[in-house]
Design a protein around this ligand. Structure first.
Ligand code: PHE
Length: 454
């Protein structure tokens, strides 16, 4: 018997609590750091169009599937499959999810550590009077170091662990409710400053004028990976969170609100970044440093920039934290419920193991920068394997599980709260999970991984 059979399970305390927690998971570095840099590397507008299509046709149905699996089973990512598909190998989808959680947090904590360093840089007014070359230099010399980036990464892991150890309700809800709306306000301010810079228009057309001739199969795979990563899909985060959603809450409403918030914030981050990128003559394909070089540049050009930079990097770290706790929770919920470990012990164990992997990610910008596998340094290898391979593959298996294994009966009952809510769109959902999403993911894999050429 697992722990959960003895203790009533923890659950989110209010309707806004679930939305805040799920949106807190979705909105993070994926929107503000990764979306602009991946869009910048993959041609801008055309990437955005494909990304939006994937959110609609794949992201929404996968998210609803995850919530319904978790809430029906009332278990963690692995336990949920064991309970709903007893005696079948479906639980391996959960195992893959837990593995993905390790990889994601290893590089996520590296970047989150950068945001902590940038808080201290804001405090000391380090960006003042510097041009883009100097800001670039500042970023590169920081990430290629050893102790400073490692220190911040481990600090960030410790913060994450501290909140997860406290448990879902006390930890996660509290932080998200107030700080997320504040972050949105800050991004709006940044957008206004960015689009009013001289030369801004070029950045807007880069983001909003698709040039499909520039779209490679590789870019399409990146768009798929980014859709999964940004919405926190494919590894059981939202199965785990779904298991904390109360039975009378509306799952599909939550899916729409969370996905809309996530997507709007990613696009807003693009609107804040690209006009400035073009105005300052920064390369849009700059890579992981893009926002860390561009944003300080914008702050310098605005009245009160010192204050805005400081508040912004604090909020960005909090956004990263509400995402990283949802990743760690996947591993911890599994260890607590399936391996019967105490919550604190499970948290420490998972944190130590992930931090070890994380050290290699951070060092891959410095002393280990010439160690590569498949042409990627460790950081990129973790990101590529998790975001572009494990998450879409996990998502594909999740919709197949709902569409073909569970079938419409149990799914309809769960999503409609046992018939309480009318589901006019249900046939569309079934069609998407049975056919469209699995087919599209398979196709993107075949071309994106170069198994076949167009
Ligand atoms: N969605 C988060 C972000 O955009 C990252 C994340 C990925 C969280 C996968 C949970 C699971 O920052």
């Amino acid at each position: 018997m697992s722990n959960s059979d003895f203790n009533p399970r923890d659950s989110f305390g209010s309707k806004f609590g679930i939305i805040a927690a799920a949106a807190g998971s979705a909105v993070g570095l994926g929107n503000i750091w990764k979306f602009p840099y991946v869009a910048g590397q993959n041609g801008g507008g055309a990437f955005l169009v494909v990304y939006l299509l994937f959110i609609l046709a794949i992201g929404l149905p996968v998210m609803l599937s995850e919530f319904s699996i978790g809430r029906r089973a009332q278990r963690n990512a692995i336990g949920s499959f064991k309970k709903l598909g007893p005696g079948t190998p479906w639980y391996l989808v959960g195992v893959m999810g837990v593995a993905a959680a390790f990889l994601i947090l290893s590089f996520y904590s590296a970047v989150a550590g950068w945001t902590l360093e940038y808080i201290t840089k804001s405090v000391t007014n380090a960006f003042a009077e510097r041009d883009e070359n100097e800001l670039n230099q500042m970023f590169v010399s920081f990430i290629s170091g050893t102790w400073r980036p490692l220190f911040w990464q481990l600090m960030f892991m410790a913060l994450t662990a501290w909140i997860v150890a406290a448990g879902i309700k006390k930890g996660i809800e509290k932080y998200t409710k107030v700080l997320m709306p504040l972050l949105v306000i800050m991004i709006v301010v940044l957008c206004v400053r960015s689009v009013t810079l001289p030369g801004a228009i070029e950045g807007l057309s880069f983001l909003f004028k698709p040039d499909f001739s520039a779209l490679s199969a590789d870019a399409v795979l990146s768009a798929l990976g980014q859709a999964f990563f940004s919405l926190s899909l494919g590894m059981g985060t939202l199965i785990t969170y779904g298991s904390y959603i109360r039975k009378n809450d509306n799952l599909s409403g939550t899916v729409i609100q969370v996905s809309a918030a996530d997507t709007i914030i990613a696009i807003m981050a693009g609107v804040a970044i690209f006009p400035a990128v073009f105005a300052f003559g920064i390369d849009p394909a700059e890579g992981p440093g893009l926002v860390f070089i561009t944003l300080p540049n914008i702050f310098q050009q605005m009245p009160g920039g010192y204050f805005f930079a400081l508040v912004f990097f604090i909020l960005l770290s909090v956004a990263a934290l509400t995402s990283s706790i949802s990743v760690l929770e996947v591993v911890v919920a599994y260890m607590v419920e399936e391996l019967n470990l105490a919550r604190k012990r499970a948290t420490v164990l998972a944190t130590v193991m992930i931090s070890v992997l994380g050290v290699f990610c951070t060092l891959s910008f410095g002393v280990m920068s010439d160690v590569s596998l498949f042409g990627m340094v460790f950081f990129d290898l973790m990101d590529f394997t998790a975001s572009n391979l494990l998450l879409p593959l996990g998502g594909c298996l999740i919709v197949l599980f709902v569409g073909w294994y569970l079938g419409p009966g149990p799914s309809r009952r769960e999503i409609s709260n046992e018939g309480e809510i009318k589901l006019g769109y249900f046939p569309v959902f079934m069609f998407l999970v049975k056919f469209v999403a699995p087919f599209a993911i398979t196709l993107v894999f075949i071309y994106g991984l170069g198994l076949m050429r167009l």
